[in-house]
Write a protein that binds this ligand. Sequence first.
Ligand code: 7GP
Length: 739
Amino acid sequence: MGRSLSNIVINLGIRDQFADALSQLGFDFEVLAEQEGDACLGNGGLARLSACQMDSLATLDYPAVGYGLRYQYGLFRQVIVDGFQHEQPDYWLNFGNPWEIERVHITYPVKFYGTVTDEFLNGEKCKVWVPGEMVEAVAYDNPIPGYGTRNTINLRLWAAKPSDQHDMESFNTGDYVDAVVNRQRAESISSILYPDDRSYQGKELRLKQQYFFVSASVQDIFRRFKDTHKKFDEFPEKVALQLNDTHPSLAIAEVMRVLLDEEHLSWHRAWDIICKIFSFTTHTVSPEGLEKIPVDLLGNLLPRHLQIIYDINFNFVEELKKMIGLDYDRLTRMSIVEEGAVKNIRMANLSVICSHTVNGVSRLHSELLRTKLFKDFYDLWPHKFQYKTNGVTQRRWIVVSNPSLCALISKWLGTESWIRDIDLLIGLRDYATNAELHQEWKMVKKVNKIRLAEYIEAMSGLKVSLDAMFDVQTKRIHEYKRQLLNILGIIHRYDCIKNMDKNDRKKVVPRVCIIGGKAAPGYEIAKKIIKLCHVVAEKINNDNDIGDLLKLVFIPDYNVSVAEMVIPGADLSQHLSTAGHEASGTGSMKFLMNGCLLLATADGSTIEMVEEIGQDNMFLFGAKAHEVVALRKKGPTLKVPLQFSRVVRMIRDGHFGFEDYFKSLCDKIEGTSDYFLLGADFMSYLEAQAAADKAFVDEERWTKMSILSSAGAGRFSSDRTIQEYAENTWDIQPCRCPF
Ligand code: 7GP
């Protein structure tokens, strides 16, 4: 979520009154707002997307509740020591959280472990789950006010507390000390956010977190429904559950369990309800990114849920056989249960089978889902598959983070309505060549560059030139996002400048290259990329020969508030994922809105951006998704440009030191191991960079491109995404507070 104060007073429409009141008390609003710490309760794009969507749900008056976990420790703080990433715990609740409301009376028991027995109720056989451990989920509410409406929705986060019945076993055996220690352990369920955003290690605590979150939320949903309804006939009309990736997909088995074992509905009725209420959005492209839970782990922790999943699978496979015959390969692929040395439950298959709608997060992503990841399912149920291209909220990413641009846009459009109705941004196109707007537009960029330059200096002592192009790549560090391509490009630029004569140097467009992002603590290659960035920066920034022509800065601890400062100050931003690997990408949308030009591959939602702002207004490069497969097949016969081999050699030869440490990194991008095709895309990347240089020196052209970028960003508002979800997936109407 990042910080809340500015966002909240802006959405409530009381920003100026609030600032006045504060100043009467002797405080400066801006200074005060800076004191707030970030709520870092997620890893990257997936989590921040939800935060933007909550803002849009509230603003568009949709009746919605967001559920999550109230982690005591959010995403680690990244500290850089000698160029290496170190992780420090983020105990964000240290000074309390003023935004949350603890609901001491809204608590639910959550059960784990134990056994399932058959019992008879009114002559009917039914299953009874006798748990081995119980913890209590306590609700903490975080209000999310909409903009330009009195509607405020709720983000309800669950914290784990020991319950009176926690670990009954130990108390019964009389081991008092053990029992108390175990009670404390209950709290550990919501204590920490797992910092790996896409590797699933089948850890018990992670599964416990998922079920804890799901069980509390499902109980809350049933309680709310039963407050006003006696029968379940209306349940599908009143409840739509959106699975945000597979992390909450145990909810399917949980709702089924409650309907069967607690509400005593027949399987048939319960299943009918399931199929009407769940929809699923997946946020990943790679099959390895799909979550699997070892059967042993699940069976031990949630014995009844495993039975239910097996039953769902049995019914599904029987139906499937009727439809496709005994095609065992396909049956095996589509089954929820993966056989093998370790038997697993495929959470994505479960989600697709039980959801009425499966969404991708961009058009390309959806195509990849239909033709690759979920092809078998698409062939069976083409009607289930849709896509909703992601979006971000302009309230946070322009109004809060770039007040000068916000004022400028409102002035030229003659209205502030674009803050609720983003399509109005297109009106800027009319002034794309207006000299007066150009002047003001450049001033705004300058103000934001000054702010960023001051931050860089305060943080690293490095002074950067405001005349240089601020070239930014900030996002989680991943091989597929190819921060390495950026660094290799910087080494190439450095090498070129070094070999130039005085006259040629005069033609060089000065650059400040800014890279930022966290690596998962166990992701060794990603950590090496961070170190490489630092050694290269050390070399370049201290080379008197280079001066202001080239600087490289790593911004540590990239989070929402750092992004709010970096994005408005960027001239150019880089989105370099190997085509076909970024499901959507949302960072690019924030840069685009802020009039920052994009240098990008044709991946994820970038393809749709090209349609909105035109290929001439951005710097596209690299192999297309359909070409990537063919390039990989070429493997060893692929020709790599000399320039590429040269920069890799510079690293190998110890030009930047640490050659032994970087050996494995270099090995990963040379020859057949270059899975992400850095070598294949290198020349095209350099050409795009040269095109960016050329455009930058033509100030008028650059400013026009920048205005057209903002003007074309309307489609990438989360308001549009949420509108589409409301209409095509959830079938809900706005529900505006009448007073
Ligand atoms: C991300 C995708 O990588 C990114 O392309 C997309 O824009 C974003 O979700 C929002 O849809 N995925 C994650 O952050 C993630 O953790 C693992 O995915 C399931």
